[in-house]
Design a binder for this molecule. Structure first.
Ligand code: SF4
Length: 111
């Protein structure tokens, strides 16, 4: 991840996608290393349009990144996970949704 530069306060996520510059260079690193699942999902969404996405993910896997969002995927304690859960006991609906996401990722060949 590279150092962020200052952005205008009214910059929208759409303004950060489909540019030549990786979005993580334009937004604070905190978003890519947040403890807040909502912020991590936002970082993943911003990675979607990044021209370096494939190389970024390959590099993170090769380095065995411990945490953060890399190449549009969340790394948590050295594992790539579909999404980070909020603190506290998950609801049955959350567990069912996570199982569906994990099954879909397995079917697609994504770890
Ligand atoms: S794919 Fe990698 S380089 Fe691109 S925005 Fe995401 S973390 Fe940054």
């Amino acid at each position: 991840m590279l150092a962020a530069i200052a952005l205008a306060p009214d910059t929208r996520d759409d303004d950060l996608i489909d540019r030549d510059t990786p979005p993580c260079r334009l937004v604070s690193d905190d978003l890519w290393f947040s403890d807040d699942p909502t912020e991590l999902e936002r970082a993943k969404a911003l990675c979607t349009g990044c021209p370096l996405r494939q190389a970024c993910l390959a590099g993170a896997l090769a380095r065995r990144e411990y945490c953060g969002v890399w190449g549009g995927e969340i790394f948590d304690r050295g594992s790539m996970i579909a999404r980070k859960r909020p603190r506290g006991r998950p609801s049955k609906a959350t567990l069912a949704r996570d199982a569906e996401i994990a099954a879909a990722r397995a079917a697609a060949g994504v770890a």
